[in-house]
Design a protein around this ligand. Structure first.
Ligand SMILES: [Fe+2]
Length: 465
């Protein structure tokens, strides 16, 4: 027995020296990219051990320019984060890159800077992929691969990308789904090649210990904030930095909200999340006032304005019911504000199905015109890994426009694939039509490559700043 213990100790020592030797890093997560603009991009990667030299090497023909990364230990992940923002890039260009921590090199990947303001572009949206178990992980990875094969310029995950905000679930997400970091079960080069914008959902806030919320600001939300590098919102409270943000890409502005809950009892939309664990979102809150400024800016300098958030105000699913414990219904008070500022679409998840609803000014239901700029399309993409749910009992009472439990309903499309074991994402194409007009085309793509609910809206371009 004693011999066995000594032998094991020697083997373990040899392994440790070879894995964590003086100049050898153990790469935990391959590099992934965040926060792209025409001239800048941020690259992050993680090592298991502390390293001295951490650099990105990049170039248009081959990686040759060195950019030093900032490195720090992240307690909530118990690993080392390395982050570098590369500047002075050329718009709409491709660069090859790899990262190196001491003597350990990552794979080589390619990123693209944002398109010029006058160029077409294309992005994909996934939601509720989750990491609950191997089956869900496989579904999430498979639908992510189909999205990746369409060669998007960037992507969103609308929240609930993990089962809970615990480290084991983030480990599954980064290593087994959207980067190829796990040698035993590698994911894709998705996040290493395209900027992946992650939206906070309720499951990112949860911890499995109590399931809802205990200590989330110090643990689960600290983890989210370490994993992403989102544009700053300049909140007075540093806890809310990166949880809502905005960016512009081509002719579009994207405004990403954290509407998972509020501490205002009148608008409480998640009864189990404690007050103070999410930024408030109702009128006159800090996030709401920020939203108004962003909407005003977007209206001036973009052809399209898109809102991105996790809960869905209009949904036939259980989270659409007004009295449900984590209902998106309460967020309907923002609908007139979105329309007043000419928002062109709202992307949501939370309920595990695919749906599109239309709102508009009084009388809009007579025509239900999807492309009328006074009307507003709300998408639910909650089926990028989670199986489909059917509509909740009584949905007619909260999805009816005239408050009579009957037609017309807000829903323009509700998918009927329940029990079909299918998974899907939303594909959005932004395209210039002649001198003045731009077109946004939306289509749901399923894992069998069938397309659903394809339609377009056309908007006139003002003079863009
Ligand atoms: Fe959710």
């Amino acid at each position: 027995m004693k011999k066995l213990i000594i032998k094991t100790a020697i083997i373990s020592l040899i392994l440790n020296v070879s894995i964590y030797g003086k100049n050898t890093a153990s790469l935990y997560i391959q590099p992934y990219i965040q926060n792209v603009s025409q001239t800048e991009i941020t690259i992050l990667w993680w090592t298991r051990n502390e390293t001295q030299k951490n650099n990105v090497k990049y170039g248009q023909v081959e990686p040759e320019i060195i950019k030093k990364a900032a490195s720090r230990y992240i307690e909530s992940v118990d690993k080392y984060l390395h982050e570098a923002t590369i500047t002075n890039l050329k718009p709409e260009n491709s660069y090859h890159y790899f990262v190196k921590s001491d003597d350990t090199k990552s794979g080589t990947y390619t990123f693209h800077t944002a398109v010029r303001t006058n160029s077409d572009f294309h992005f994909v949206i996934l939601g509720d992929g989750r990491t609950d178990n191997d089956k869900v992980i496989q579904n999430h990875r498979a639908i992510t691969k189909i999205a990746f094969d369409r060669n998007p310029d960037f992507a969103f995950h609308l929240g609930d990308m993990v089962y809970s905000g615990d480290q084991i679930h983030w480990d599954r997400f980064w290593r087994r789904i959207c980067t190829n970091s796990d040698p035993d079960d590698p994911g894709l080069k998705f996040a290493s090649s395209i900027p992946y914008y992650l939206v906070v959902g309720n499951h990112e806030i949860y911890s499995s210990r109590t399931f809802y919320s205990d200590g989330n600001l110090k643990t689960t939300m600290a983890r989210y904030k370490a994993y992403v590098s989102n544009p700053k919102n300049n909140s007075k409270n540093d806890l809310w930095e990166e949880r809502y943000y905005s960016f512009r890409y081509g002719v579009a502005s994207f405004i990403i909200l954290d509407t998972n809950n509020t501490s205002n009892d009148q608008h409480d939309n998640h009864q189990y999340l404690p007050d103070g664990s999410t930024p408030d979102w109702e009128p006159n809150s800090e996030q709401y006032l920020w939203l108004l400024k962003e909407l005003e800016k977007a209206q001036k300098n973009s052809v399209f304005t898109f809102i991105v958030m996790h809960p869905a105000p209009y949904s036939r699913g259980p989270h659409g019911a007004p009295d449900e414990v984590q209902s998106g219904y309460h967020i309907r008070i923002l609908d007139p504000v979105f329309r007043e500022y000419g928002v062109d679409a709202v992307f949501c998840a939370h309920d595990h199905h695919v749906e599109r609803c239309l709102t508009g000014p009084e009388g809009f239901e007579k025509k239900m015109d999807d492309s009328d700029p006074r009307n507003l399309n709300y998408f639910i993409i909650g089926n990028s890994g989670q199986s489909a749910r059917k509509p909740a009992d009584g949905w007619q009472s909260w999805i009816d426009i005239n408050d009579n439990d009957g037609e017309p309903f807000y829903s323009r499309y509700f998918y009927d694939w329940v029990k079909a074991d299918s998974y899907s994402f939303l594909d959005v194409d932004i395209e210039k039509l002649g001198e003045k007009n731009w077109q946004a085309t939306f289509q749901i793509i399923r894992d069998d490559l069938k397309m659903f609910d394809k339609f377009s809206i056309v908007r006139e371009s003002a003079d863009l700043n």
